[in-house]
Ligand binder design. Structure first.
Ligand SMILES: [Zn+2]
Length: 485
């Protein structure tokens, strides 16, 4: 049987984070009651005229720059004609021959190295509405809240060879768009939808096989599952001497298989032509230059900074940059700690550990993200300094952080109000240690007989008796001294 190589290209529709729609002033909030975000323009009423949203253009340019694309200073909108109930005008305004961005690239992790995925083009278009199919006799309804929402469609060359590469590309693309603040990256709400096209060819062959496109997949898991299913399906068809048809298939998450949706249309079926209602778009070099200068740090740069300047491990930095707000939070808290005179690397590691550990657990429990985190970076910084200086012990620190989270009070206030300051005073500690020794003669005898592991138990007894406030390092040291004297 022949061995096949999988060839995959991807189209991604990213919803741009503008306040208003692509060609009218209606809002873009997700989840509002049906048809409450509409006006004569996005409803496609005769006699209305579209006006281009400047923010959408700006976001497309910024995305294009981050994707190393050429920004076409002259580009224009075209009508893509087709009928569907959620498209009231009977055409979608998109870009055809002259897209805003072309010829870019994205670096992804592949195997032990990296791989370049070429971006063919990225163009602006408006989204369609949504058909809501109801069960029973109520039929289907159309919600046009989404109609006219700006999308950036990002198209790659067929450079990917496996589901893992597709997922790596998608994650990288999402990170780039989220860090640029041009898309919220929320796949469940459909802010990022992907359409892989996939074909097989005999290993070594130059010609591509017939490609099949899969529509609107909105999760990393589904895209991986759909691709793996499609590879198996096409392999089986080819091995049995069958033929692959150019078609569009839908991924059925319940059945775990793809099914034919329609035979694939060609570009000429849409009868694209320049939209006569919109003048060609001219973008000045000065504007592009200005946007280039304002580009924020991207996830890969932040990752590099966190490992090289902040001394975090690759793994910690990776976990942090997956959530831009968390990475920025740790950087801000570290800045505060450094200002208080502590070493940057120690401060950053502590900040990262508490942020990814206890703090993330508290946020998860409440079902909120880092942007709604009630502990401000300077508050975490002050808490870390207290911990670093030995004013609060490890176990107490957990309690203090939880209290800061639920009350919004500072570590200082909580420690003072509750008398939680760590006890390092030798006189006070010696008393507790003597009591612990007196209460546990058996363990003391074991330790003296050479069973050193028992020390941990005795330290634990002292910590418990102190209500967690004893300085564990000090207890360890004093206890050892006492037992060997
Ligand atoms: Zn509107």
């Amino acid at each position: 049987m022949a061995t096949y190589e999988t060839v995959i290209g991807l189209e991604v529709h990213a919803q741009l984070k503008t306040q208003s729609k692509m060609f009218c002033t209606c809002g873009t909030v997700f989840g509002l009651p049906a048809n409450t975000q509409t006006c004569p323009i996005c409803l496609g009423m005769p006699g209305t005229l579209p006006v281009v949203n400047r923010d959408a253009i700006e976001m497309a340019i910024r995305a294009g720059l981050a994707l190393h694309c050429t920004i076409n200073t002259k580009n224009r909108f075209a009508r893509k004609n087709y009928f569907y109930p959620d498209l009231p005008k009977g055409y979608q305004i998109s870009q055809y021959e002259l897209p805003i961005c072309e010829n870019g690239r994205v670096e992804i992790a592949a195997g032990n190295g990296t791989k370049t995925i070429r971006i063919k083009r990225a163009h602006l278009e408006e989204d369609a509405g949504k058909n809501v199919h109801q069960t029973g006799t109520s039929g289907s309804r159309v919600d046009l809240n989404r109609a006219g929402t700006p999308l950036l469609e990002i198209v790659t060359e067929p450079d990917m060879r496996s589901a893992d590469e597709v997922v790596a590309y998608l994650k990288m693309l999402r990170d780039i768009l989220v860090y640029l603040d041009v898309c919220d990256g929320n796949m469940e709400e459909g802010s990022l939808r992907c359409e892989p096209n996939l074909s097989l060819r005999t290993v070594g062959a130059k010609e591509f096989g017939t490609k099949v496109e899969m529509k609107n997949i909105n999760s990393f898991k589904f895209v991986k599952d759909a691709i793996e299913y499609e590879v198996k399906r096409q392999t089986k068809v080819l091995n049995e001497g069958g033929k692959i048809y150019q078609e569009t298939r839908l991924w059925d998450t319940n059945k775990g298989e793809t099914a034919v949706m329609r035979s694939k249309e060609e570009a000429h079926d849409y009868r694209y032509f320049p939209d006569p209602d919109l003048v060609p778009l001219e973008i000045s070099e000065a504007w592009i230059g200005e946007l280039r200068n304002r580009q924020p740090k991207l996830a890969t740069e932040m990752h590099k900074q966190l490992t090289e300047e902040y001394g975090l491990t690759t793994l910690s930095a990776g976990v942090l940059v997956a959530d831009k707000a968390a990475a920025e939070y740790v950087m801000a808290a570290t800045a505060w700690v450094v200002q208080a005179g502590l070493p940057k690397v120690d401060g950053a590691r502590e900040a990262a550990n508490w942020t990814m550990g206890d703090l993330r657990a508290l946020l998860n429990e409440k079902g909120i993200g880092f942007t709604e985190n009630p502990i401000k970076p300077d508050q975490l910084g002050a808490f870390l300094v207290k911990k670093y200086k030995g004013e609060i012990s490890g176990p107490i620190a957990k309690t203090v952080l939880a209290e800061m989270f639920s009350t919004g009070r500072s570590a200082d206030e909580i420690v003072k109000a509750k008398g939680l300051t760590q006890v390092s005073d030798e006189g006070a500690l010696k008393k507790i240690i003597e009591e612990a020794i007196a209460k546990n003669p058996q363990q003391v005898a074991q330790y003296k007989g050479g069973k050193e592991a028992v020390l941990g138990f005795l330290v634990g007894q002292v910590m418990k008796a102190s209500g967690g406030k004893a300085n564990p390092g000090k207890v360890n040291e004093l206890l050892k001294g006492k037992l060997t004297s």
